[in-house]
Design a protein around this ligand. Structure first.
Ligand code: SF4
Ligand code: SF4
Length: 198
C-alpha cells in the first residue's frame, strides 16, 4: 500500500509533467554524474504513483507471495521492531527458491504485518521496497513496461486515468514543440519526488 506526499495529483497536470519529463533523456538534463538515471518507463511508473489511490482492499497484503526483501528493508524492519538484525533474518526471511542471494518474507499468507481490522500495515514506515513500489512493479532503470497488477483495483483505475489524461493533453496540444531543458528537469524532479516519497 502506498502513501503520497502532497503533490498536485490532478491527472492532467501529471500527464503534462510526464510528457515533458520524457521529452529529453536524463543524460541530457542531469549533469551530475551521480544523479540516478531513469528510463521513460520509470517516469510512467512515477506518474502512476502520483495518481494512484489505494482502495484499502488488502488484497496485496493477504495474497502477495513472494515478497522480496533487500537487506536495507530487513534492517529497517529490525529497527522498527526493536530486535537484532540476525533475529529478524531468522524469524522473517527465507532464501528465494529461484533467485540465489535474494531474500523473501517467510511463506506467510496473509502477511503477518497486515492489520485486518485497521486495513493497513503494522510496519508501514518500515515496509519493504517491494511493498512501497506496489502495484507499479519493475526494476527501476530498466525499459520493461509498467506491470499492472490486475488484481489491484487501484492500479487498473490509475492506468485508465493516466491514459485518458495523456490523450486529453495531447489533444489540447499543450506540449511545447521544442523542449526547454529547465522545464524538462523540473518535470522530472516532480516525478522523482513522487518516487522518493513512497
Ligand atoms: S491491492 Fe491495490 S488497492 Fe488493494 S490494498 Fe493493495 S494497493 Fe491498495
Ligand atoms: S509488509 Fe506491510 S505493506 Fe508489505 S505485505 Fe506486509 S502488511 Fe502489506
Amino acid at each position: 500500500m502506498t502513501k503520497m506526499i502532497e503533490l498536485d495529483r490532478d491527472p492532467k497536470n501529471v500527464a503534462l509533467q510526464l510528457l515533458s519529463a520524457i521529452s529529453l533523456s536524463d543524460w541530457e538534463v542531469f549533469r551530475d554524474l551521480n544523479a540516478p538515471r531513469y528510463t521513460t518507463v520509470d517516469y510512467y511508473r512515477m506518474a502512476c504513483h502520483v495518481i494512484f489511490e489505494c482502495h484499502r482492499c488488502g488484497h496485496c497484503c493477504t495474497t502477495g507471495d513472494p515478497i522480496r526483501l533487500k537487506l536495507e528493508d530487513l534492517a529497517a524492519i529490525a529497527k522498527s521492531l526493536k530486535i537484532p538484525l540476525n533475529k529478524a533474518l531468522k524469524k522473517y526471511t527465507i532464501q528465494d527458491p529461484e533467485k540465489a542471494g535474494v531474500l523473501d518474507f517467510k511463506h506467510i499468507l496473509p502477511c503477518k504485518f497486515y492489520d485486518s481490522s485497521a486495513k493497513g500495515c503494522k510496519i508501514y514506515d518500515a515496509r519493504p521496497w517491494s511493498c512501497r513500489i506496489f502495484p507499479f512493479l519493475g526494476i527501476y532503470g530498466s525499459e520493461d513496461k509498467v506491470l499492472v497488477n490486475e488484481l489491484c483495483p487501484g492500479s487498473v483505475e490509475t492506468m485508465n486515468v493516466l491514459k485518458e489524461a495523456i490523450e486529453v493533453v495531447r489533444a489540447d496540444q499543450k506540449m511545447p514543440h521544442a523542449a526547454d531543458p529547465a522545464e524538462v528537469r523540473s518535470a522530472k524532479e516532480f516525478l522523482r519526488e513522487a518516487l522518493n516519497s513512497i
